[in-house]
Design a protein. Sequence first.
Length: 445
Amino acid sequence: MYSVLQYMAFIVVLTIFVKPLGGYLERVFSGQHTALDRILAPIETLLYRIARVHPQTEMKPKEYTLCFVFFSLAGTVLLYAILTLQRFLPWFFPQYHTTPITPDLAMNTAISFSTTTTWQAYAGENTMSYFSQMAGLCAQNFLAGAAGLAIGIGFIRGLARQLTQTLGNFWVDLTRSLLWVLMPGALLGALLLVAQGVPMNFHHYALATPLEGGKQVIPQGPVAALEIIENLGTNGGGFFNANGAHPYENPTVFTNFVEMLAIALIPAALTNTFGRMVCRPRQGWVLYSVMLVLFGCGLIFTHLAEQRGNPAFAGVETKLRSNQSGGNTEGKEVRFGVASSVLTAIVTSNTATGAYNSMHDSFTPLGGMVPLINMLLGELVFGGLGTGIYSILLVAVVAVFLTGLMVGRTPEFLGKKIGPAENKAIMLYTLAMPIALCRLPPWPL
């Protein structure tokens, strides 16, 4: 019963926020008035003046894309420089940061965070200094997330506009994503996490003496700031090596619930934003409904598999009792149990966010199959910040094309004809994941 209530609460709260947040995003990126304009508009104007950006200048798709690519490249180079030079920068503790950052690890991390892949191939508390975590990884989480959201908005504009070939201004969309969306959300979320016990300091690592003797090093740091943006920006890559399983990053069931909401809120609300921008609100609700059905099916299937436990373990009690949660608890934190672990696995695998709180390879075969399928779908359900909306829209375009062929008429979507060129681009996008996962033959010697 507890598990069902948690799942239902998540879906209800998420659905309640879709319309108001979707409307807010539409107003932000269309330049309409918002409650934050009085504070943020002067900052926006100052940034444009410093960067010599003309906000009224619109960009064509090629120019918009090039700006995105060069911005991401610049972020990668800057992060690489911070990581390789961290031993000369503030808040580096050589006695605790004992894992060296080699050039290949620095490049791996820089590319990973600038593309919101955030593949964490390092032990956070033993490798990264506070400066690298904040000025490097945390800042890149903001920038990469904002760039992804800008690309998603540009994609929607391309579908919504009929008489122009421009998509807006990338630098304006990027700035507004940062100032109006990610920074306010991260500030509120970080304050909430701090209230729940998540650390936010720059103190030296603490030394404690356990009951059994010896010394124990307790890492400190600005955990709350990095934790909220890694989720809000659908990035991942925790402050600590254990990610969302670490009690400093994710101390309670409530913080786990909040962090999962932070991951799904904006991608879900973008369906409503899409409906508003194309002047067809029902289209947005249809997309959200499809996402919600797939999300719910994943929750139910995985929960049933994990709650049933592994029948191969003879003599192990896996049934739900009044004094135990039951199910397959291997690889799961006791404070989360099956319900919160399953919710996190489904949310993070659907959105390509690495902030997991349990080991997926400890799930049952059937339970672990669902997160794997979610990853292979390519961020179709909610998805990453900005990427989820165009992933499901491309699937919708394929469906429209096939339907048009069946009824013998030229396929159209939102008043735009879908021809061979469009279908080739969609097929390249669809096949990119399977091609990347194909096992290549051995290289001839």
